[in-house]
Design a protein around this ligand. Structure first.
Ligand SMILES: [Zn+2]
Ligand SMILES: [Zn+2]
Length: 192
């Protein structure tokens, strides 16, 4: 974004029109952190949140029409819609999210409203052998892109194969370490 040299650990901003991430120095990053500002670029926050009381039934998951057990959702403020992506051999595949099904899930889990448009994603993970429940995490959107890029190079077959599953485990272990529980959403009447 500018001529300032950047280190390996640096921040990103999202170009709201092209959806591309740009690497930035700290100074440029801070220019784009204002949430209300009408800006073409928006800084990607660094917070990770978990949702300990997250409730999602298998039927509700089916309603979202996501064919694999892992998806990330984000709000596109330019197109005013919520988009779901899931990983696979071609990178991230977009899935048209049935809006009413998603609204029901957010109504049942009001703290999901902490999600900021364009720069954060909700990572939803379905149950498997080692994880009996659905989980949700709010993560910086650049972390999702990094995961998708890694999975694309490892993915084998329909379910990803052993290496992709190991990469997913590794990613979630790091997400768990960095996450703190999401605060209550103000209008949720005390239910997390
Ligand atoms: Zn970068
Ligand atoms: Zn800069």
């Amino acid at each position: 974004m500018c001529a300032e040299p950047i280190t390996d650990a640096h921040q990103h901003v999202v170009n709201l029109e092209s959806r591309l991430l740009m690497c930035t120095c700290r100074g440029c990053y801070l220019l784009f952190t204002a949430e209300q500002a009408e800006l073409r670029y928006r800084a990607v926050p660094e917070r990770y949140l978990s949702f300990p009381g997250f409730s999602l039934g298998a039927g509700e998951w089916d309603d979202l029409q996501i064919p694999v057990g892992l998806a990330f959702l984000f709000q596109n403020s330019v197109q005013d819609r919520t988009v779901a992506f899931y990983p696979g051999p071609a990178g991230a595949t977009e899935s048209e999210l049935p809006l009413d099904a998603w609204v029901r899930i957010v109504d049942a889990n009001p703290s999901l409203r902490h999600l900021r448009p364009d720069v954060e994603a909700l990572l939803l993970r379905g149950p498997d052998r080692d994880h009996p429940r659905f989980t949700a995490h709010l993560v910086p959107i650049d972390a999702c892109y990094a995961l998708v890029g890694r999975l694309r190079s490892l993915w084998r077959g329909f379910d990803g194969g052993q290496q992709a599953r190991a990469a997913i485990e590794d990613f979630f272990a790091r997400v768990d370490r960095r996450s703190r529980p999401a605060p209550l959403w103000p209008d949720s009447g005390g239910t997390p």
